[in-house]
Ligand binder design. Structure first.
Ligand code: 8P5
Length: 448
């Protein structure tokens, strides 16, 4: 008998997006500029010169997009708030029109019977705060907690599940180490300081939530498991450095274990020690943890690969997505079991999982056939189910992404959506993968 992949009746089936990737109108109705407005309008930063000025026009089409969520049978929707849309300067004055947009979205979701999961920060820092040092300024912990308080109080009773920060590792590795993402810095010294302030800001927001908020709060981490490239000692050392730099840099301090030892070796003279009281702030207990999961890596020793001195070996025996990521579903099960142990059984949600494949720019006969994405979705849902069977406290799964959207500096060239967007007409078409997902939700997984 084949394994039946039936999920718990209360499993939270959803889809995820982020403000700058879908909303458009990023400077409309009193909104302030974000670092992604600046970065995307700086020549050379974005593939094909794409920007988030229009994106999926969700700022105007959010009602239509809720209708799509209903057709997908979603039980939840994970979105992020644009900090500079609600606080144009990042601190102080509020923009009522910005808050009203999110009020309408949240009320629309609740009317549709869809639970809103709100991420405070998904990479779009107000430019005015970047001008004051941004994540390099220790004051940002207070700026972030104040911003969180505005949302905790405004959406109280309607938003029950909160995420503080989406993927600290990508914020730092992309924005401060390699410069591929906003604000485009390339400095190990800055990366170490900014990472610490991201963690302090998370802790400050959790503390403030305990004072003024209602519901559950957690953080969202991207974890990419590192498998050995060989049994050579230098490859195992490289694997451990890569695991520390991506998967434990933020997780360990959040769990009260301080920074992994390997980071001193990775960052050398750029590494520094921090005051003990910072770690008490960072380790604030949380109620749940989000896992963003896409792929695994098989790193080998690479002395020239700054700063980790590790380079992934391409696993040509498996398919790779349009973003070059290996398709290897069993690693998702391994990561879930590992994270369950690392967090002592904290409730987990897969807050992002998905894949980019080539889709045509427009629907053909009203359909978008995406067999590779159907295969990726099917096999990763089975892998998630296997983890539940191994005792992991997995409460939900959010498909990345609800819509094709702006894939950061890769622009609109990479399509992750289970719903297709024709960026010439803004026409939405649910793809075969979305139709499958709707059936999975309707049958609690029995169709898998
Ligand atoms: N080294 N390395 N390679 C793999 C590590 C993956 C890092 N990127 C992510 O997780 C981002 C996350 C983001 O939240 C979303 O805003 C992005 O659109 C998706 C798709 O890119 C994913």
């Amino acid at each position: 008998m084949p394994t039946r992949y039936t999920f718990p009746d209360n499993f939270l089936w959803g889809a995820a997006t982020a403000a700058y990737q879908i909303e458009g109108s990023s400077m409309a109705d009193g909104a302030g500029e974000s670092i992604w407005d600046r970065f995307s309008h700086t020549p050379g930063n974005m593939k094909d010169g794409d920007t988030g000025d229009v994106a999926c026009d969700h700022y105007n089409r959010w009602r239509e997009d809720i209708e799509i969520m209903k057709r997908l049978n979603l039980k939840a929707y994970r979105f992020s708030v644009s900090w500079s849309r609600v606080m144009p300067d990042g601190t102080g004055r509020l923009n009522e029109a910005g808050l009203a947009f999110y009020d309408q979205l949240i009320d629309g979701l609740l009317e549709a019977g869809i639970e809103p999961l709100c991420t405070l920060y998904h990479w779009d820092l107000p430019a005015a705060l970047d001008d004051r040092g941004g994540w390099l300024n220790p004051e940002i912990a207070d700026w972030f907690a104040d911003y969180g308080q505005v949302l905790f109080e405004r959406f109280k009773g309607r938003v029950k599940t909160w995420g503080t920060i989406n993927e600290p590792w990508v914020i730092i590795d992309g924005g401060y180490l390699h410069g591929a993402l906003a604000p485009g810095h390339r400095s190990a010294f800055e990366a170490v300081i900014a990472a610490h302030n991201v963690l302090r800001a998370h802790g400050a927001a959790v503390k403030r939530f305990r004072e003024v908020g209602e519901g559950r709060i957690g953080i969202v981490l991207n974890i990419e498991p590192k498998y050995p490239a060989s049994d050579k000692p230098e490859d195992e050392a490289a694997r451990k450095r890569a695991e520390a730099q991506m998967n434990r840099w933020f997780l360990d301090p959040l769990m009260g274990r301080g920074y992994p030892e390997e980071l001193k070796d990775v960052y050398g003279e750029a590494w520094r020690e921090f005051p003990a009281e910072d770690f008490d702030l960072i380790r604030q207990p949380t109620d749940w943890m989000g896992l963003n999961w896409y792929t695994r890596a098989v790193p080998e020793n690479a002395p020239d690969a700054w700063p980790v001195r590790a380079r992934p070996v391409k696993q040509i025996q498996h398919a790779h997505t349009e973003t070059g990521w290996e398709v290897y579903p069993p690693a998702l099960t391994d990561t879930l079991v590992w994270l369950h142990e690392q967090t002592n059984g904290l409730p987990l949600m897969i807050t992002e999982n998905g894949s980019a494949w080539y889709d045509p720019p427009h629907a053909i006969n009203g359909r978008i056939h995406d067999p590779m994405r159907v295969d990726y979705l099917t096999n990763h849902l089975k892998a998630a189910h296997d983890a539940i069977g191994r005792g992991v406290n997995l409460e939900g799964y959010m498909a990345w992404s609800l819509l094709d959207n702006l894939e950061w500096s890769l622009g609109y060239s990479k399509r992750f959506g289970i719903t297709h967007v024709n960026f010439q007409t803004q026409e939405r078409t649910i793809k075969d993968s979305g139709l499958l997902y709707a059936d999975v939700i309707r049958t609690h997984g029995a169709v898998l």
